[in-house]
Write a protein that binds this ligand. Structure first.
Ligand code: 6R9
Length: 635
């Protein structure tokens, strides 16, 4: 028997050693015993990080939806697959069984086919957290179309960039969405985006808020009538192991977003295996991840990982603050949630509110608490542990990335002893390395360095859509023969990892990765702005907030600063989304630059955090005098 479900620490060490000593036979056993294949592989792994090229289970054939749906029908047909909890607590929750989900995916897949979508076509999904989102994702996978889910909080410009980058033929959206007490005109955003997307042929529109929207003749179709007349049965397309399953965009430190491409077989196996162990899922459990399916966390740990294990996965449409700050806990009590997975930013926001919001509810069903997205600070960790878990539920601080497809470093609850702020040990099959600035691996414990991974794992992204050179340059060129994560980490005396944060120009705001470059580009497009630089500074809820240093053009100098600040934020909101708005802005006459013209963000970061006592050596700057000016203005 393979070690699909790890139950104690000795077993973890034993299985980990096996997975590292002989990765191929380890993963082969897992694949063999726990998944459904149309054809078995010829070779478990082929890899070359210099190209880079990684192939898992080459020659195998499968369809992930047969693993997530069909194979459960006989044993779990009536079990709830998706438990949908709407934005408004007075609207009833929906229990969608495995049989019903199978039918709904079949219908949707047939609708996609009837609109000319087939294997390899890209379909953009821009939907709120309603069942149609999960159904659309699975329907694409059913017929081998590549889904590209774009988070429905993104702006028209961001949506258009993503549609065009991978040349989507179809977009699936809704008439609007609910967000707490507000409604959002999603279709209006879509219409604006599509002005820039000449190749997009078809838009399917789900009804959610019953608003009166524009429907473009020939292009836009209401989804429901199409579903009603579609057959429920849709045979699964037979996919090669390495065929792309989906594209998901993540911010880069420079230029346009990177469309990370994930493949069918490796992604499925790793998402499923991590889910089973890191949440210690048992057959009758109700599991809830509060992320949006627009992010990788939602892909792997709301949709694919749970469904591949036949789990009940809760999908929540709302926000933690509506109708009040007790909503998460109300939902936990109502559905007797057993595993709860959220982001540190949400914990910090809720920890600021009155404790009564948590104490009011019976949270005794909880067995495992998880966090993801950014480092969790000690205070938030204790608040979560004391008030939500009542010190009974282990906290799994899970470190991973869009690029890694699944959780990489994390405790296994009830197996790995936890320590606040530590992601603890590498998961099975993961071989981390800490590197120094000269590219040498730092061995031993009680050391810090840049976090790399030395050996392929099944769910790693295979490329950046349309730009393999960028994939190589971003992840495989900094350190020879290693995947570079972009994060810094320390390893303590017992070998536990603690992630210290990004070492590149990505800033994590409320758990969302934001590249500095696109935000600066957006600011610079304002007619009054000459140049800008943004950095992160500590924020007690968001983790980091954005601080913009802006040089105005002469014509801008006479403008009212408060209005400019608002206009710049408006522009960022339109081009990127409200999450990228600046919390603070400072108008300056220059930015500290190196002699080669690179902005010294290190100095700006210190000024933004108020740590001006120790700026390090600034004498090599092109313009050291500007530093004093900025410090004075920042006050
Ligand atoms: C899953 C996800 C990836 C970046 C990653 C790191 C940060 C994620 C973390 C964490 C510390 C954790 N990050 N989890 N930092 N502790 N437990 O978030 O993917 O959106 O691509 O972000 O998030 O900096 O490199 P993604």
């Amino acid at each position: 028997m393979s070690n699909y479900h790890i139950k104690h620490l000795e077993e973890y060490f034993q299985v980990y050693r096996k997975s590292v000593r002989d990765p191929e036979s380890f993963w082969e056993e897992i694949a063999e015993e726990h998944f459904l294949w149309r054809k078995k592989w010829d070779k478990v792994l082929e890899w070359d990080f210099t190209k880079p090229e990684v192939r898992w289970f080459g020659g195998a054939q499968l369809n992930i939806t047969e693993n997530c749906l069909d194979r459960h029908l006989t044993t779990r047909g009536n079990k709830t697959a998706i438990l949908f909890e709407p934005n408004d607590p007075s609207e009833p929750a929906q229990h969608i069984s495995y049989s019903e989900l199978h039918e709904r995916v079949g219908r949707m897949a047939n609708v996609l086919k009837s609109k000319g979508i087939g294997k390899g076509d890209r379909v953009c999904i821009y939907l709120p957290m309603i069942p149609e989102l999960a159904v659309s994702v699975l329907a694409c996978a059913r017929i081998g179309a590549i889904h590209s889910v774009v988070f429905a909080g993104f702006s028209a410009t961001a949506l258009a960039t993503r549609i065009n980058d991978c040349d989507c033929k179809m977009l699936i959206t809704s008439d609007g969405s609910y967000r707490g007490a507000k409604t959002i005109d999603l279709k209006g955003i879509v219409d604006k985006a599509l002005e820039e997307c000449p190749n997009l042929e078809t838009v399917l529109v789900a009804k959610r808020i019953e608003s009166d929207i524009h429907m473009e003749p020939g292009r836009d179709h209401w989804l429901q009538p199409l579903l009603d007349s579609a057959p429920t049965d849709c045979p699964a397309e037979v996919m090669e192991a390495e065929d792309p399953l989906f594209i998901l965009y993540t911010s880069g430190s420079t230029g346009k977003p990177k469309g990370m491409v994930h493949s069918c077989a490796g992604y499925m196996i790793y998402a499923a295996y991590t889910f089973k162990n890191i949440f210690q899922y048992r057959e009758k459990d109700v599991y809830w991840c509060t992320a949006d399916i627009g992010w990788i966390t939602g892909h792997s740990y709301i949709v694919y990982g749970p469904l591949a294990n036949g789990a009940t996965t809760l999908m929540f449409e709302g926000v933690p603050s509506f109708p009040d700050f007790g909503r998460f806990w109300e939902v936990v009590e109502k559905h007797k949630v057993n595993q709860f997975y959220t982001a540190p930013t949400a914990i910090r926001a809720l920890a600021k509110e009155n404790l009564e919001y948590v104490e009011k509810y019976d949270l005794s069903s909880l067995k495992v608490l998880g966090t993801v997205g950014e480092p969790i600070n000690e205070e938030a960790w204790h608040w979560y542990n004391n008030n939500v878990g009542h010190k009974q539920s282990p906290i799994v601080d899970t470190w991973w990335q869009t690029e890694t497809g699944g959780i990489m470093i994390s405790p296994i609850p009830y197996v790995t002893p936890t320590t606040p702020t530590y992601a603890t040990l590498p998961f099975i099959g993961i071989q981390p390395a800490l590197m120094d600035e000269n590219g040498v691996e730092i061995k031993g414990n009680q050391v810090s360095g840049r976090l790399c991974i030395k050996f392929p794992w099944p769910s790693m992204a295979r490329t950046i859509w349309g730009n393999h050179a960028r994939y190589r340059d971003t992840y495989f060129s900094a350190y020879e023969n290693k995947y570079f994560t972009g994060d810094g980490a320390m390893r303590d005396a017992v070998g536990y990892y603690r992630i210290t944060g990004r070492v590149d120009d990505v800033i994590i705001v409320s758990g969302h990765n934001l590249g500095t470059a696109p935000i600066e580009d957006s600011i610079n497009e304002h007619p009054a702005v000459a140049e800008s630089a943004i950095v992160g500074f500590p924020h007690d809820v968001k983790g980091n907030a954005l601080y913009g240093f802006v040089i105005l053009k002469e014509t801008g100098e006479t403008r009212n600063r408060e209005n400019l600040y608002k206009e710049i934020n408006q522009q960022i909101t339109e081009q990127i989304g409200p999450i990228a708005k600046l919390d603070r802005i400072l108008f300056v006459s220059g930015l500290p630059k190196t002699r080669s013209g690179k902005i010294m963000r290190r100095i700006l970061r210190k000024i933004a955090s108020g740590e001006t006592g120790n700026l390090g050596d600034i004498s090599t700057l092109l313009n050291p005098e500007v530093v004093q000016e900025i410090i004075e203005k920042a006050g």
